[in-house]
Ligand binder design. Structure first.
Ligand code: FAD
Length: 400
């Protein structure tokens, strides 16, 4: 019998979803090349980007389990059994997520990404290409063009630059499957938008976010550890998730015009003393003044689109397909579940991409759109409804 030719896949984006998809596609026998615009985060001192830690929940764990990584990831996570509400008068109120043994887990984004990249690299027929930024593509033909980003300290890439006299260096590849996992501002999706009958909507909410830190106090966590702390103040809110190093990462979600009204360090301290008084001694006044102005608040976008694929050649997943506001704690979890669902459809349809890709779009989009809507709803619930009496009567798990 004639041996089937090995199929190739180009995964664009080496974030959480791209790295996980690489593991799945390798397990399905693909020759996988992953292309990531940034340098290898495993070799970097400081990695800039979004949220330092994330809430991992059931759907994300199921996807990790299938590629054999659940135990490794969970052992470094910190369980959060309840929300801990910080009222203005300093009262603390826990609201459990579910039964006493149910929890979501705080995990370190960088560590998780590194774990997934290393796991991907160890699989058969996988090559990781860093500093490769997708600049154009022909989705129908499976053709991709990457610009090689110059690298400080990476000899091989710097030499390529020198050879080219400092001009941009481009690499072209052709592949059987383009897997677009390049995040909320996806370059692959931008190409899909130009196609007829592609539905697309995006919404920026008026709120932005900023991260602050509560360092350890006397070598210990400064607040109760196994909780997702929330300071709900109706129009805005602050949350805190615990880290392995005994610090907490605080995230302040607030309308941009409110951020802009705080112009000096003293304005910031005054605002925090009025609105989040119990947090000020934990953060420290000097640190608060300094961190608040270090980086501008970042925007939050929600994206819906359909379909997720082009013929039998290209498909988008994760934030590229359904970026959502972070208030349901499900962006990554949903992206991980995308990989699992796609793999199950591959199994069912014998990896026939002409059938798998349309089936994936049809099957996955209603669920992804629903989670997107729930995230938008939880935007109000977290900052406002947790203050109401009826909320306390309800039982919920798997969300923030
Ligand atoms: P990304 O993580 O954005 O990765 C995309 C990758 O593609 C990046 O590495 C990028 O460098 C690369 N890339 C981009 N463009 C190109 C290009 N042209 N060429 C090559 N590479 C490219 N989710 C949860 O489940 N739980 C949480 O608690 C949670 N908290 C959050 C808190 C905040 C403040 C925010 C903003 C988000 C949060 N999320 C959370 C959502 C989560 O961060 C995202 O859903 C998740 O990162 C999506 O993963 P991804 O791989 O699809 O995209």
């Amino acid at each position: 019998m004639e041996k089937q030719k090995q199929k190739s896949a180009a995964v664009v984006g080496g974030g959480l979803v791209g790295a996980m998809n690489t593991c799945y596609l390798s397990s399905r026998g693909f020759k996988v090349d992953l292309y990531e615009a940034r340098p290898d985060i495993r070799t970097m001192e400081i990695v800039r980007g979004r949220s330092i830690n994330l809430a991992l929940s059931y759907r994300g764990r199921q996807a990790l389990k299938k590629v054999g990584l659940e135990d490794q990831v969970v052992q470094d996570g910190i369980p959060m059994y309840a929300r801990m509400i910080h009222d203005l008068n300093g009262t603390l109120r826990p609201i459990p997520y579910g039964k006493s043994d149910q929890y979501i887990m705080s995990v370190d984004r960088r560590k998780l990404n590194e774990t997934l990249l290393t796991a991907a690299e160890e699989r058969p027929d996988v090559t990781l290409h860093f500093q490769h930024k997708l600049v154009s593509c022909d989705l129908e033909k499976g053709k991709l063009t990457f610009k090689i980003e110059p690298a400080n300290g990476d000899d091989s890439l710097d030499q390529t630059y020198q050879r080219n006299g400092g001009e941009d260096v481009h690499v072209e590849v052709t592949t059987d499957l383009i897997m677009g996992n390049d995040g909320a501002y996806s370059a692959i999706r931008k190409h899909m938008v130009k196609r007829p009958r592609f539905n697309y909507s995006q919404e920026y909410i008026p709120h932005g976010y900023m991260e602050l830190t509560v360092p350890p106090h006397n070598g210990e966590f400064a607040m109760a550890i196994n909780y997702l702390h929330i300071w709900p103040r109706n129009e805005y809110m602050m949350i805190a998730l615990p880290n392995q190093d005994k610090s907490f990462t605080l995230t302040l979600f607030m309308p941009f015009d409110m951020f802009e009204q705080l112009k000096t360090g003293d304005d910031v301290v005054k605002f925090f003393m009025e609105k989040f008084p119990d947090s000020v001694p934990l953060i420290g006044e000097e640190s608060l003044k300094e961190t608040y102005f270090r980086l501008p608040p970042l925007p939050l976008v929600s994206v819906k689109c359909f379909p997720y694929h082009v013929s039998d050649k290209a498909v988008i997943m994760g934030d590229a397909a359904h970026a959502m506001v972070p208030f349901y704690g499900q962006g990554m979890n949903c992206g991980f579940e995308d990989c699992l669902v796609f793999d199950e459809i591959m199994e069912k349809l014998d990896s026939d991409l002409s059938k798998v890709l349309p089936e994936y779009s049809m099957y996955r989009s209603p669920d992804a759109h629903a989670i997107n809507d729930l995230a938008m709803y939880n935007y109000i619930e977290m900052r406002k409804s947790v203050n109401s009496r009826w909320f306390l009567m309800r039982k919920k798990v798997d969300a923030f």
